[in-house]
Design a protein around this ligand. Structure first.
Ligand code: HEC
Ligand code: HEC
Ligand code: HEC
Ligand code: HEC
Ligand code: HEC
Length: 405
């Protein structure tokens, strides 16, 4: 028998034998590594081109350095162990922060149930799976749909060696992806998240979920299926275009209108367990039924930024994000790929602050100048264009975590 890491002596290609690899994740990557693209199933590209909702494990291999700072490859994602693909264990964190999953056990099957079963499958009396659970399809009579992205349900063992001790407590989340762009993400075509994502992450990050992000670094924040945005944040999200620009669009791409307010960098849960009510091509912003979740700020696999941020948490102005031109470790199109092909300073302005502002309206970057202007959300979700925004200083909202340079 030959192993998947063996090269064909004639072509130099990887062996086509998918069954024998050094570890479970290497088996998956035999098919799931390669150039990215909206219809590519790759989640591990050679160049950061797999701009999927979950993100590209490529970033684990990229450490960026600059004068006085660094952003470590290990901190960019979940370090899945796939020795045939040179992906190895996380050395900074020995287990899941806020939980007890061992980093040495982490692989694709820690999170994805390779059998795609829902709640233990037919063995436990569940109907057989006839359709994917990722696209809102309706299963045929007396069959069921799989879980979203084959994610493990309550009772799942967490794969591999961890199976001996580990059991998930929370079910897989409800979400729906666009069948026409199955592995891509943009404002107009994105996973529409329904409910349960934060709880699902809580399978391995329990205290972060239950206790205001406790154990997840120097930061406090609620997230979960019951963490409503509330009407002020809903209005802010729906009127916010960019720093200092809430309604009339000069530099931003939005219109300050709930119908087009959705921003791929700041997703939220719509608060429904029914995939039929989710619409992955909708650009509608949140309403008062919407919730904040872990993936509002993080990606599930990997990103170009520390702590798997959807944006660079260490850059008060996003124009100062890393990777940046001139950084050590930079290759090819890393800068463009880091923000999913969008040029943030060009699109949102040089003064664009942290995307936390989409809900909080706080101009975090201006804190340093001592000005601290805060934009007040409009009381009306559909304000008159050009309406004057009040300014005030909110003492509670401070930039709450330390910058690590
Ligand atoms: C023989 C090639 C192959 C192997 C090996 C493989 N996959 Fe896949 N996988 C695919 C293809 C092709 C699709 C796209 C199916 C579709 O959407 O029609 C896919 C889809 C998926 C999806 C999305 C499914 C959905 O309905 O949303 C996930 C998640 C996934 N694979 C995970 C894994 C994991 C984890 C492993 C290893 C345990 C693995 N795959 C091994 C080929 C493979
Ligand atoms: C099967 C267990 C498991 C699940 C489920 C899980 N994680 Fe993790 N997570 C880990 C482990 C183990 C680590 C530490 C090792 C590492 O970072 O690779 C970790 C680390 C992290 C980190 C820190 C990364 C770094 O290197 O600084 C973040 C952020 C994170 N997880 C977020 C999430 C989010 C968001 C979800 C849900 C989409 C999630 N995790 C689901 C096991 C899990
Ligand atoms: C820490 C948990 C975790 C690990 C480890 C993990 N995944 Fe995922 N994966 C997810 C989640 C959650 C999603 C859904 C992301 C979303 O929709 O935002 C996902 C989505 C996907 C998708 C759909 C495309 C995308 O990126 O959104 C594929 C394919 C996939 N995973 C394959 C893999 C493979 C292959 C591995 C191992 C190399 C892996 N995953 C490791 C949690 C994980
Ligand atoms: C409002 C944005 C936001 C939400 C929501 C959020 N996080 Fe975080 N998370 C952050 C930031 C910012 C950091 C970096 C904190 C720091 O610098 O210490 C972080 C750090 C982490 C870390 C890394 C800790 C370490 O020691 O490296 C983990 C793990 C993590 N978050 C998991 C989660 C999980 C799981 C959820 C959902 C239950 C979640 N986060 C929800 C913003 C968020
Ligand atoms: C999708 C909307 C959303 C985004 C984006 C968001 N937040 Fe929040 N934030 C909330 C909600 C909801 C609450 C809870 C409000 C409440 O309890 O009244 C909250 C509360 C807070 C609090 C008070 C926390 C506490 O422990 O009491 C701080 C500080 C905060 N957010 C900072 C941030 C920072 C920093 C970011 C970006 C890294 C961020 N938020 C991104 C919605 C959001």
């Amino acid at each position: 028998m030959h192993r998947a890491k063996d090269r064909d002596p004639d072509t130099g290609e990887r062996s086509g034998n998918l069954l024998v690899s050094s570890d479970p994740s290497s088996v998956c990557l035999n098919c799931h590594a390669g150039p990215g693209g909206g219809e590519s199933i790759s989640v591990y590209s050679p160049d950061g081109s797999a701009m999927t909702p979950g993100g590209d494990f490529y970033w684990l291999t990229k450490t960026f350095t600059w004068n006085g700072g660094a952003s470590l490859g290990d901190s960019h994602g979940h370090n899945v162990i796939a020795v045939d693909f040179n992906l190895s264990e996380e050395l900074r964190l020995s287990q899941s922060p806020g939980g007890s999953y061992q980093s040495g056990d982490l692989g694709c099957t820690s999170c994805h149930d390779p059998h795609g079963r829902s709640r233990g499958g037919t063995r436990l009396g569940r109907p057989p799976v006839s359709v994917s659970g990722s696209y809102g399809e309706t299963p045929a009579t007396s069959t069921g749909s799989g879980s979203y992205r084959l994610l493990g349900d309550a009772g799942y063992s967490g794969g591999g060696r961890a199976a001996r001790q580990f059991l998930f407590s929370y079910d897989s989340p409800v979400a729906r992806q666009n069948t026409a762009n199955r592995f891509g993400e943009s404002d107009g075509s994105h996973v529409d998240y329904g409910t349960g994502m934060s709880e699902w992450c809580g399978n391995c990050h329990e205290s972060i979920l239950r206790d205001n992000h406790a154990g997840g670094g120097d930061f406090t924040h609620p997230s979960g299926s019951s963490e409503m945005l509330g009407s002020e944040m809903v209005s802010m999200y729906n009127t916010y275009i960019s720093t200092g620009d809430l309604t009339a669009s000069t530099t931003g791409t939005g219109t300050g209108d709930i119908a087009t307010a959705y921003l791929q960098f700041v997703p939220f849960e719509r608060g429904t367990g029914d995939p039929q009510q989710l619409n992955p091509t909708s650009r509608r912003g949140p309403n008062t039924n919407s919730r904040i979740m872990c993936l509002t700020c993080h990606r599930a696999h990997s990103s170009a930024f520390r702590a798997i941020g959807r944006w660079d948490f260490d850059a008060p102005l996003l124009a100062d994000s890393h990777p940046a031109p001139g950084d050590g470790g930079l290759a090819g199109n890393d800068v463009q790929h880091s923000y999913y092909g969008r040029n943030v300073p060009a699109e949102f302005g040089q003064d664009q602050g942290q995307f936390c502002e989409k809900c909080h309206g706080l101009t975090l970057g201006m804190e340093e100048t001592g000005e601290e202007p805060i934009l007040e959300p409009s009381p009306n979700p559909l304000p008159d264009p050009g309406m004057q925004q009040l300014q005030r200083v909110d003492p509670i909202l401070q930039y709450p975590f330390k910058r690590r340079k």
